[in-house]
Design a protein around this ligand. Sequence first.
Ligand code: C2E
Ligand code: MG
Ligand code: MG
Length: 579
Amino acid sequence: MVRRGAPSGWGRPRSEDTGVKVPTGTHLLRHYQAIVDSSDDAIVSKTLDGIVTSWNAAAERMFGWLASEMIGQPMTLVFPPDRLGEETDILRRISAGERVDHFETVRLHRSGREVHVSVTISPIRDETGRVIGASKIARDIEDRVQAQRTIWLQAHYDALTQLPNRRRLETDMLQALCDAVQRRRQAALLFIDLDHFKEVNDSLGHAAGDELLVETAQRIRETLRTGDVVARMGGDEFVVLLPGVANAAEAEGVAGRINNRLRAPYQVQGGPAFVSASIGLAVHPDDGASPEELMAHADMAMYEAKRLGRDQARRFDDSIGQTSRRRARLLNDLHRALQQGEMFLVYQPIVALHNGRLSKLEALLRWNHPELGPVGPDEFIALAEQSGRIIALGDWVFQQAAAQLQRWSKPGTALPQVCINVSALQLRDPERPVSRWPAALAARGLPPAALMLEITESVMAARDPGIEATLACLHSAGLEVAIDDFGTGFSSLAYLDQLQVKALKIDRSFTERLAPGNRTLALCDAITAMAHRLGLVVVAEGVETAEQQTLLRGIGCDFAQGYLFSRPAPPGTTPPTLA
Ligand code: C2E
Ligand code: MG
Ligand code: MG
């Protein structure tokens, strides 16, 4: 290897092995000067009074002052006013011979912009060892500070709407509650959940859904005062914190304004979209003492607003708390209800209107809770769906109904068809438990049409390929399907054409309103005519009076079910007949 000759003045090789020569004397000084000049770190020195004595090129770039301007000036020229105290402290420590290592702080660029730096300051001593000044190396840590800030923002803010997220809200809430207590004011929490957001997402696409959420955030913000906080909890859930309200009515007013603002049509991806909001309200301290309690109660009140028909605000109260606790209890107890034998089926007759004969039976699930007494399916089916229990429960219902039919069957006598209610989740389940039913019926010696599956109309409204495939499979195996609660969902009638449906069950809410010559009668008449044209039979639910029966018979409705004929009852040893 050819070694380039060291310039004159470079000292003796430090080691015979490497041949490296170390500079000495004035060369050494120049050598260090070159390092200082080319450094990316600001390297400066100052007297013990804080007067700058040297200022390198990096310092010029970092702080925007030339060496010629800074030398002789106090170092504090680059200190933000609120950091001036740091200089006194630093100089005191340096004078005592201490070093200050990697001290992270903020300095000012000449333009006024803040510069984040990590500084290391060491004493400069004279030949006798006396401290006569300080050398200071400042490293620009802006990139790292920026990266940390980005991480912090990501951890505390929602990327889509730029709103604070759940974590940030928790800190804000604690602060707000402390303030409220001190100022003897109340604080309120609004839990906002959009209604029908899923439909927008499903029908218009996720980009439209995102746009709608951003617009929602904006609208909520616009209804609030400075100091109020709106956070996004995830999905279509937002929380508003009103840190100082005079009373609950004021918070209710804000909730009402938010409802109004969110009800107005949206423009997303160039088209209109409509949503509304269900809002739960909890006021501190009356409705909850801790942030967690307030949040839980606002959430419960939001569910109550949904239950009462959405697009409204509800304030938490004790009855909501009770409902919610009961729901949690039922949800929990549902798991053991089947094993403990607390569930059973009752059967309600469905009669042919032309001759009054019993033709079908609807199997309806009952739960006798050991402590709470009878719990209705309107309450527990939704819970079973939420928890996924409905799959096992629905299968059990099928097994019970099939076993009952088998017990009733006698050679030579026709059995009434048994209708069982089936939840969408049972049809959507990838394992398709229901596809095993035809074989299970056959194993009991029952024909597939011994059963009819009732599927509520809302299931059909959201077209789902999984459900449609399951239905097609059941249909080809010979099971019949009825659309339950017809007229209550937001359906398109297309499914009547495309799915092989055997019957329509007109919802009780129509039957209830039937009167001679009224619009409900005309509507039921039209539904029946349409169903017949498509080859479907019609069952009217909830028939309670002889007049309803006569009117339904008059429009050609095929079957009726209701208290007029019989209430649901436990099975007897023979299939029920009507008196
Ligand atoms: P649904 O399928 O529409 O059942 C008819 C409901 O109306 C039953 O309520 C029945 O008792 C009631 N009903 C029948 N006739 C009359 C009448 O004349 N007047 C009045 N006021 N009501 C009448 P129930 O048993 O409380 O069931 C409610 C709902 O729970 C059912 O509505 C059904 O959607 C669901 N459900 C019941 N059993 C099951 C089940 O095994 N599986 C699933 N997935 N859902 C079930
Ligand atoms: Mg039904
Ligand atoms: Mg129904």
